[in-house]
Design a protein around this ligand. Structure first.
Ligand code: SAH
Ligand code: SF4
Length: 472
């Protein structure tokens, strides 16, 4: 919980950052050139939201936003640690920055966030990537001005490791990637310690924002024409700002605000999804008809070893209750294939639930051992070949299910928010339904007339990944 005393302390720190911002502004102005900042995000929506705050601070310091690394004077990689693949991709792209540094001696390079919050990765960067100027942990989000000032004034490499306890700071400048859709963090960190997961290790303990700050942010977004707001937290059901106020109360209060907008949220841990939450969804038409409910495995024994704190039966029961409370809801999930010691029988239990629940879509990952997590110590007799073969079977089953669900839309009319101005490569416009389904459509209108509008589309064909139609 975020105590008022802590909040005041954080606020003082933000005032310090304003002084550093001015200092960096002066340093950049003395260069008598346009200074551009490029921030590249790896990983999840929380990282996307953090990058918007990094860019907001960069702009306050006098940088201009660019998406092209070659023309940037400040490049920050906002990194992900959730699977090894994400880390290796980031490291290989970090290697490619060396050339840019040689071309532009003014360039400042920083690595931010989850991957480099881990000591072993921070050391990797120190030893093997001498052209990286600074490294900063997840809790340093509001301190970019201080860090840049330090690097620029000292001319030395700097390492900002996370400080505990982590703080929650309001009023950090933000530069949003879209004026139509916005992420709003309601809480940070995670206390669940699922045994495979690095998130609690790199993002620290749970802390919730005060509801007034969230409501102010949401009101501002609605006023600026935002149409879709996604509330973010590693487990939104543990949102706890004190005084018994809970996540369903927040949903109800946001939905009571005037305005033409809809609400999404993620992620909801099955062990904490309450009847109050289901009520809040079913009674508020502003809440989109999509529930992401990560299952991870259909085997109670594997769930126990993952420390998920629910059984396969409890998961099934919850999913059925969600479907009956909100009949038009699309259910999606995350699944880890090949957790240490997963037997063929365990895996088939996952397939059984996938077959029964008929998720709209799934995000499936092969288990990736993470340094410092409990599961990384577990014995794992299952070979990588067995894991990839299981993954292929799971994806084959889900592709069939998604294709059948999507085919059932043919001949129907769906409502969707058009979120692109340009036609896509297939010559069609793109929109998203309330359930999060991607719809490609034809229209005689131009992109400017369609963008940001909720439109009706008559569906004529489908694949496993999307549906196609014509604007009615
Ligand atoms: N807080 C969210 C998810 C965070 S990570 C939740 O609890 O649902 C997103 C997804 O990545 C997880 O749901 C899980 O399926 C996957 N994941 C996390 N750690 C992983 C690992 N070590 N190997 C493979 N997949 C992993
Ligand atoms: Fe990771 Fe589990 Fe926390 Fe999600 S709930 S972030 S999977 S530890």
């Amino acid at each position: 919980m975020n105590t008022p005393e802590k909040y005041n302390e954080d606020h003082t720190d933000l005032e310090n950052q304003i002084k550093y911002t001015e200092k960096v502004r002066e340093i950049l102005a003395a260069k008598k050139r346009i200074n551009k900042a490029c921030i590249i995000t790896f990983g999840c929506q929380q990282n996307e939201a953090d990058s918007e705050r990094l860019m907001g601070q960069a702009i306050s310091m006098g940088y201009i936003k660019t998406d092209i690394p070659d023309e940037a004077d400040l490049i920050i990689y906002n990194t992900c640690a959730v699977r090894e693949h994400a880390e290796l991709r980031t490291l290989s792209r970090t290697g490619a920055l060396k050339k840019l540094k040689e071309k532009n001696p003014n360039l400042v390079i920083g690595l931010w966030g989850c991957m480099v919050t881990q000591n072993h990765r921070m050391n990797d960067i120190k030893m093997k990537y001498p052209y990286v100027d600074f490294v900063a942990g997840t809790n340093m989000l509001h301190r970019l001005p201080e860090i840049l000032c330090d690097v620029m004034v000292s001319g030395r490499r700097r390492y900002y490791v996370n400080e505990e306890p982590a703080v929650t700071v309001e009023n950090v400048p933000v530069c949003r990637n879209s004026n139509l859709k916005a992420y709003v963090s309601v809480m940070y960190g995670c206390n669940n310690f699922c045994t495979y997961c690095v998130v609690p290790h790199v993002r620290g303990r749970e802390r919730s924002r005060q509801k007034e700050h969230i409501l102010d942010e949401v009101r501002g977004l609605i006023k600026n024409g935002c149409k879709e707001i996604t509330l973010l937290g590693q487990n939104v059901n543990s949102y706890d700002p004190g005084n018994g106020y809970r996540f369903p109360d927040l949903i109800n209060e946001i939905c009571a605000l005037d305005g033409d907008f809809t609400l999404r949220f993620m992620t909801s841990h099955p062990k904490d999804a309450s009847d109050e939450l289901l009520n809040a969804i079913s009674h508020n038409p502003k809440v989109e008809r999509h529930f992401h409910l990560p299952m991870q495995s259909g085997s109670t024994e594997i769930l126990r070893r993952m420390n998920r704190k629910y059984t396969a039966e409890q998961y099934l029961d919850l999913a059925r209750r969600i479907k009956s409370a909100v009949p038009d809801i699309a259910l999606t999930t995350d699944i880890i294939v090949g957790f240490p010691g997963e037997t063929e029988e365990d895996f088939e239990k996952t397939l059984d639930i996938v077959r029964e629940l008929r998720f709209d879509s799934i995000f499936a990952f092969i288990y990736s051992p993470r340094v410092g997590t409990h599961a990384a110590q577990m014995e794992d007799p299952v070979t990588y070949e067995q894991k990839t073969a299981r993954m292929a079977r799971l994806l084959e089953m889900q592709t069939q299910i998604s294709a059948e669900i999507n085919a059932s839309f043919i001949g129907k009319t769906v409502t969707a928010l058009c979120d692109t101005r340009e036609k896509m490569q297939n010559g069609l416009f793109a929109a998203r339904t309330s359930s999060g389904k991607l719809v490609f459509f034809e229209s005689e209108l131009c992109g400017d007339e369609l963008y940001g509008k909720t439109i009706e589309i008559k569906i004529s064909r489908s694949t496993a990944a999307q549906i196609y139609g014509t604007k009615v």
